[in-house]
Design a protein around this ligand. Structure first.
Ligand SMILES: C[C@@](CO)(OP(=O)(O)O)[C@H](O)COP(=O)(O)OP(=O)(O)OC[C@H]1O[C@@H](n2ccc(N)nc2=O)[C@H](O)[C@@H]1O
Ligand SMILES: Nc1ncnc2c1ncn2[C@@H]1O[C@H](COP(=O)(O)OP(=O)(O)O)[C@@H](O)[C@H]1O
Length: 288
């Protein structure tokens, strides 16, 4: 039996540059992992079957599960004649803009690399991962990174300045494909990625707050007014800066001082059932 942690991510900035001939969008994202994590349990089995076990009703338990796809890809690519039971202990809200499914897939890839003695490097795992979803490569490395291409080209960044991250997840799920489909490129409010990278490199907390930005935010806010409402509430309760993560609907607020965290969390709990106060993980985790 093996346990692997699968942390959630937030996008400190997310810019969409153009639509590509393959239907995906070229992006520039600054991403960082936070200490809200699923736990992935891997148990060897006798046959070659892959089985997903999860008690969360929103998690698919068949080939649609990204962790299933991860195991299947490794089996096929490296001719593995072994099976596995993958138990997903879900903590990350599903379809939330926090890359829960992608992180589960990355954790499965890292764990199975060990369990099946494949000897693959993180770069090789990230390449397999990018065939499963745009966010999987980032989740292999974790930490903080600039992601380009459709999200799969990863450049490591230093640990951002220390602060708290308050996550508030409205009770709706959002489909990433839907949000990209509704995006009007000529209307995009482009964040300044270079300034965000600079703020992180200089350890400038105020700079990070000033350059939070997400090109998908206005699309989701227009489709789901409750996300806008949560954003406004988080600002009202005193977060230093507030942004929607990924395609949403999770909204995150940065708070520098612990004394303020409880006020923001308690304020939000009144009308949002999933609220978490977490830390950024900062730099890359050691190998699984
Ligand atoms: C928006 C982001 C930001 O981190 O996160 P989430 O909100 O999903 O967490 C990601 O780019 C999401 O990555 P991921 O969830 O892996 O998406 P994928 O499965 O690869 O793609 C789902 C769909 O989104 C659209 N898509 C995705 C990525 C991209 N660069 N351009 C796109 O147009 C495509 O329509 C694609 O079919
Ligand atoms: N292991 C998994 N955990 C959660 N959702 C998964 C998983 N595998 C596949 N999915 C599917 O992926 C969709 C997006 O889920 P998720 O990765 O949580 O969100 P997001 O892409 O917004 O970060 C879900 O609606 C679900 O059907």
């Amino acid at each position: 039996m093996m346990m692997v942690k699968a942390p959630a991510k937030i996008n400190l900035s997310l810019d969409v540059l153009h639509k590509r001939p393959d239907g995906f969008h070229e992006v520039e994202m600054v991403m960082t992992t936070v200490d809200l994590a699923d736990r992935i349990e891997l148990d060897e089995t006798k046959g070659t079957r892959i089985r997903i076990i999860s008690h969360d009703r929103f998690v698919p338990s068949d080939h649609r599960n990204l962790a299933y796809k991860a195991a299947e890809k490794l089996q096929k690519k490296y001719n593995v004649k072994k099976g596995v039971d993958i138990t997903i202990h879900k903590q990350i809200p599903v379809a939330a803009g926090l890359a829960g499914g992608s992180s589960d897939a990355a954790a499965a890839l890292k764990g199975l690399n060990e369990l099946w003695s494949l000897g693959l490097s993180n770069d090789e795992l990230a390449e397999v991962g990018s065939e499963i979803g745009s966010d999987v490569a980032f989740c292999i490395y974790g930490g903080t990174a600039l992601a380009t291409g459709r999200g799969e080209k990863i450049q490591e960044l230093p640990t951002p300045p220390k602060c708290w991250v308050i996550l508030a997840k409205p009770s709706i799920g959002v489909s990433t494909a839907d949000i990209y489909q509704n995006l009007k490129l000529e209307k995009v409010d482009h964040p300044n990625t270079a300034k965000m990278v600079q703020a992180i490199e200089e350890g400038d907390y105020q700079g990070v707050c000033d350059h939070l930005g997400n090109a998908l935010e206005s699309v989701t806010l227009q489709l789901y007014p409750e996300v806008k409402h949560i954003k406004e509430q988080m600002q009202r309760f005193g977060a230093d800066a507030v942004l929607m993560s990924g395609s949403g609907p999770t909204v995150f607020g940065l708070v520098q001082y612990e004394s303020k965290v409880h006020r923001v969390v308690n304020g939000l709990r009144g009308f949002c059932d999933q609220v978490f106060a977490v830390r950024m993980l900062g730099s890359r985790a050691p190998l699984a």
